[in-house]
Design a protein around this ligand. Structure first.
Ligand code: ZN
Length: 243
């Protein structure tokens, strides 16, 4: 492995060579390779996260290309995980990338999450999000989660250390979920912004750096250009936190 690839990381006192080695030992599962997952995966691969596990059962569609930046016109019809792996491998041949191109059962999801340092959720489906949360809470693996719709984005990091809150504490009800607006559209850079921040939070977790986003909800109004921050509490009725 060349050292020059990560020189701009290694010169930072918060990272250094030791921190870069920690990033290199990181194993990150990315569930969902839409706009959020593409954007996050690109920076995690570029940053040298040693193992990326990509999960998506969808194929590239022309309507994805405005914002799902790992794909181009030649990839239409191909499995997203295969197209993404090809692009990420070109960007950084030193990392390992494995692909899961099926919808994971709860048991399989749990076994994959138990084997990673961090899970990123960029899916557009509430049932999958609850399943990922359930497994991450059970495995006590940090969950970095984002959503993007219209001009709005949101982002949270749940540490899942056993005390809550968790993603389910935030959304016991699907109707409250921001992403529950399929077909309503999204401005292309919004998932790019949120996915990039998901990668940033994942790197900070690998480095052991603290963050104001831990167990908080960060909301972005892209139309106004404003951020808002909400503290999250553990829901005493939460099924996952009680388990
Ligand atoms: Zn909970």
């Amino acid at each position: 492995m060349t050292t020059s690839r990560y020189a701009r990381h290694e010169v930072l006192p918060e990272i250094g060579q030791e921190g870069q080695e920690r990033i290199g030992k990181g194993r990150v599962l990315i569930v969902g390779l839409g706009g959020l997952g593409c954007s996050a995966a690109q920076y995690l691969a570029g940053s040298g996260v040693g193992t990326l596990i990509l999960n998506d059962f969808d194929r590239v569609d022309e309507t994805n290309l405005s914002r799902q930046i790992l794909y181009d016109s030649r990839d239409v019809g191909e499995l997203k995980v295969d197209a993404a792996r090809k692009r990420l491998n070109l960007m950084n041949p030193d990392i390992r990338i494995s692909c899961l191109s099926e919808r994971l059962s709860p048991a399989t999801l749990l076994s994959h999450i138990e084997a990673v340092s961090i899970v990123l959720d960029g899916t557009d489906n509430f049932a999958t999000r609850l399943a990922v949360n359930h497994a991450a809470v059970k495995a006590r693996v940090p969950l970095v989660t984002g959503a993007a719709v219209r001009f709005e984005g949101q982002l949270s990091v749940f540490l899942n250390t056993g005390t809550g809150p968790c993603y389910r504490c935030l959304y016991c009800d699907e109707d409250e979920w921001l992403g529950n607006c399929q077909g309503t559209g999204v401005v292309a850079p919004v998932p790019g912004v949120i996915g990039t921040l998901m990668a940033m939070e994942a790197l900070k977790l690998l480095l052991g750096l603290d963050s104001a986003l831990h167990n908080r909800l960060h909301l972005w109004d892209g139309k106004r250009g404003e951020w808002r921050d909400v503290a999250l509490k553990t829901d005493p009725e939460c099924l996952d936190c009680q388990a």
